[in-house]
Design a protein around this ligand. Structure first.
Ligand SMILES: C[S@@+](CC[C@H](N)C(=O)[O-])C[C@H]1O[C@@H](n2cnc3c(N)ncnc32)[C@H](O)[C@@H]1O
Length: 374
């Protein structure tokens, strides 16, 4: 990729006039700058784009999430109206597959009001085309404008694009990681001059003992708190699927992806996807802080197997040509396997519900992954 990002000049201008900016602000500009933000100006998905997500790997993913949504609807007493909300719906593929699966349940299908929370105008157009046959769809810039009422909320690879803060440990304490300009005029990482006040007290115990040079990252809890407060007050549940870790720990996971390869996050801002792993322990803590119930996390492979993905694959393969059958088998492996290229264990799934729901389908505590101890 060549150095041609219009956002780069703007970021340098900002740094020259107001000083180094926190990684959080840099990531926010790269992803959502009103003109040059990565998620404002393009459809990044698929083979011709920069990355491929689970719904784009196979229809089985969205279908099973549809069935999981039906189990939540039953768990909350099969209300006559329910909001089905997707955060960051990409091309609308997952919602289209989920709705197709839900057609077999007319009382639920009739009860659904679908809400898509999407800031990307290019993707909104794709969603409109993908979902052209579906009824009752409303688009939102934020979950806050979705009307009150029982809700089922789905979010696949949404949290990883929400900006993170990073702090780096020095001899005298933790300093916010910043983006600055080096002596050659290139963007570089630096750290705030003063340490973050009383930061040690806020850190998870595992991280307090981290060595000098360690990086700790965190996302503001606001988005999870909005989701958790909604299901607590209105009834229902949310399903968050993303790559990340089950225990809050030190580590620098900021990464840029362009054309299916890793890129330098400081090169060509706005032209590559910049993401960071999701800290599932922090998500769960934020949800519990507002009084919601947390289910899991479990690995994506375990979650999909519990929902019956292997049987679904066999059904699809039984009716398919040898070529299609091979594609289904490859997609199944990619979604549930743990080895190289597999999304089965790198991706985790957590449920957040109204505290009156004791269990959520496929999310019992028997996770196959070690539970956080702190
Ligand atoms: C990594 S893509 C995942 C797309 C889709 N969920 C999938 O699995 O194919 C992130 C999605 O979140 C949307 N997005 C990014 N930042 C957002 C924000 N602040 N608010 C709402 N949507 C956002 C993007 O436009 C895109 O639809």
């Amino acid at each position: 990729m060549t150095d041609q990002s219009p956002l780069q000049d703007e970021i340098k201008r900002l740094i020259k006039s107001t000083g180094p900016m926190p990684v959080w602000r840099y990531m926010q500009l790269c992803l959502t700058h009103p003109h040059h933000g990565y998620y404002i100006s393009r459809d990044p998905l698929g083979r011709e784009g920069d990355f491929t997500t689970s719904p784009e790997v196979s229809q089985m993913f969205g279908e099973l999430l549809g069935l999981w949504s039906a189990s939540v609807w039953r768990a909350i007493g099969a209300p006559p109206f329910v909001h089905l909300i997707e955060l960051g719906p990409g091309r609308g593929t997952m919602m289209a597959d989920a709705l197709r699966a839900l057609r077999v349940l007319p009382p639920l299908y009739q009860a659904l009001n679908v809400h898509l929370v999407e800031i990307n105008p290019v993707l909104r157009e794709k969603q409109k085309a993908t979902l052209s046959g579906a009824r009752n769809i409303t688009w939102h810039d934020s979950i806050e404008t979705v009307p009150a009422g029982p809700s089922i909320i789905l979010a696949n690879e949404y949290f990883d694009v929400l900006p993170i803060h990073q702090a780096v440990k020095r001899e005298g304490g933790w300093h916010e990681r910043m983006v600055d300009i080096d002596s050659n005029g290139q963007l570089m990482f630096s750290a705030s001059t003063d340490p973050l006040p009383r930061f040690d007290v806020l850190l998870p115990p595992l991280v307090r003992a981290a060595p000098v040079g360690a990086v700790f990252e965190w996302r503001p809890d606001t988005e999870m708190m909005k989701i958790a407060s909604r299901v607590r007050d209105e009834g229902g549940a949310a399903l968050i699927i993303d790559y990340g870790h089950v225990r809050s720990d030190a580590g620098d996971t900021l990464q840029a992806i362009a054309q299916h390869s890793y890129a330098d996050p400081l090169k060509n801002p706005g032209m590559a996807d910049i993401t960071a792993h999701v800290d599932f322990q922090a998500l769960g803590r934020a949800a519990e802080d507002v009084g919601a119930r947390v289910h899991g996390p479990v690995t994506q492979g375990e979650f999909l197997k519990r929902l019956g993905i292997e049987t679904r694959a066999l059904t699809l393969m039984a009716k398919a040509t040898p070529e299609v059958s091979e594609t289904v088998s490859g997609a199944l492996k990619r979604l549930i396997d743990s080895g190289r290229g597999g999304m089965g264990s790198m991706f985790k799934v957590v449920g957040i519900s109204d505290p009156n729901i004791d269990t959520l389908v496929a999310l019992s505590d028997d996770t196959g992954i070690e539970a956080p101890t702190s």
